[in-house]
Design a binder for this molecule. Structure first.
Ligand code: HGY
Ligand code: MN
Ligand code: MN
Length: 410
């Protein structure tokens, strides 16, 4: 199979997955949804065609396994199959499809690796449906707290209830946990979601580290009232208070280097144009490659909330729903990936990740590393997310080099 064919094979699979959405007008596939079920079924078929045995674990991860010619620890590959709302088709899916196509190429050539390979389509990495995130990879790493299964989505459905509808038993959460001696490493291939590779005119790079992240749910409570009769100086307006908090988040993060803060969700109640908002719910997403810097930003933001609450006669409560420390990628795997990139004829660039990935959870189980693939304008979490067939084929070429290198023990 030449690189054009491989690039097309990858794109055909990516496009087929992109047609599985809760919404005909955009790509939205949330975890443990009927769409997720359909995506797992399609990916499972492809894994079987590539000579893999498949299973779905207790938290909805789809797992393909191909035994090696020798017994021993496996290499885990994979990424997530859930998307953000109105998202792009490569974020996550590329890191499941490219390894499957690589296994398909080896299978078609009758090439058997010495070591077993597992490919995982992780069930919830985006954390869009539920307030917490990385459920699939954390369950495999054994770090998913059983209490998290009580988290509920906007319709009040808990993860546990969603797992039952998905055909799983939440009581079996522990059975998803894998043992460290089952693997010698995890490599996740993912679009860069940033501008560096494009600027360096490279299709692929090695990730050095993944930024840490905190996610908060914030409630601002004031007093609803008549929009026409309450004088401005007597109001306890939850929405103007929340707005002051949002602008403060932007100012604090903007004043610190290497921190990004985002309020992506906001909901005001009762939500009538002629009623002063009495309650507001908002999200806060904070990232930094340095955990101490992220903590410092958090302190500053939370004390600003106290001052706003005091001055405006509001109650502001914060609930941390997710914390992930920044993680450094495994040196040996990174160097092997850099060699694989050189074998494909590219300069091996190393770059860090501002986005979170399943690899940061799997790091608790086994050494992990990541390959980033160029995407247009670095755009992601957007329907215009795009990349080229040539870069997809380059990614497969590098991953095949890596698989063969490991096989040769180099
Ligand atoms: O939000 C992130 O960093 C990832 O795309 N879930
Ligand atoms: Mn992703
Ligand atoms: Mn994403």
């Amino acid at each position: 199979m030449n690189s054009t064919t491989i690039g097309q094979l990858i794109f055909d699979k990516i496009d087929a997955l992109a047609r599985i959405s809760e919404n005909p007008d955009n790509l939205t596939r949330l975890s443990l949804s009927p769409e997720h079920q359909r995506a797992n079924a399609l990916v499972g078929e492809w894994m079987q065609q590539a000579g893999m045995q498949i299973r779905t674990d207790a938290v909805g991860n789809i797992i393909g396994r191909c035994e090696g010619s020798e017994p021993g620890p496996a290499l885990m590959l994979g990424s997530h199959l859930d998307t953000v709302r109105d998202g792009g088709r490569y974020d996550g899916m590329l890191g499941v499809v490219v390894p499957i196509v690589c296994m398909q190429v080896l299978h078609s050539r009758g090439e058997t690796l010495r070591y077993p390979v597992e490919i995982v389509g992780f069930s919830d990495e985006e954390g869009v449906r539920f307030p917490s995130t990385l459920h699939g990879s954390k369950a495999i790493a054994g770090t998913l707290d059983a209490d998290t299964l009580q988290d509920t989505d906007a319709d009040g459905i808990s993860i546990a209830e969603a797992l039952v509808s998905f055909g799983q038993d939440p009581q079996q959460l522990h059975s998803a946990k894998r043992q460290p001696d089952e693997f010698f490493g995890f490599v996740e291939l993912h679009i860069e979601q940033g501008p560096v590779l494009e600027k360096e005119n490279l299709p692929i790079g090695v990730v050095s580290a993944i930024a840490g992240a905190s996610r908060y749910q914030i409630s601002v409570t004031g007093k609803a009232g008549h929009a026409g009769t309450v004088p401005m100086n007597l109001r306890q307006d939850a929405l103007t208070g929340a707005s002051e908090c949002i602008v403060a988040i932007e100012a604090i993060c903007g004043s610190l280097s290497d921190v990004v803060g985002t309020v992506g969700q906001i909901k005001a109640a009762p939500g009538a144009g002629n009623v002063i908002p009495g309650a507001v719910e908002l999200s806060l997403d904070l990232r930094s490659s340095e955990d101490a810097t992220r903590k410092h930003a958090e302190q500053q933001i939370l004390s600003t909330f106290d001052a706003v609450a005091e001055r405006r006669g509001l109650t502001i409560t914060t609930h941390c729903r997710h914390q992930a420390s920044s993680v450094t990628c495994d040196e040996q795997l990174c160097s092997q990936l850099a060699t694989a990139i050189q074998t494909s004829g590219y300069r091996p660039l190393t770059l860090s990740s501002g986005a979170g990935h399943d690899a940061m959870a799997i790091a608790a189980l086994t050494p992990m590393a990541m390959l980033f693939v160029r995407c247009k304008d670095g755009l992601s979490h957007h329907p215009d997310e795009s990349m080229t067939r040539e870069d997809a084929a380059a990614a497969a070429d590098v991953l095949l080099n890596f698989l063969r290198q490991i096989n040769a023990g180099t």
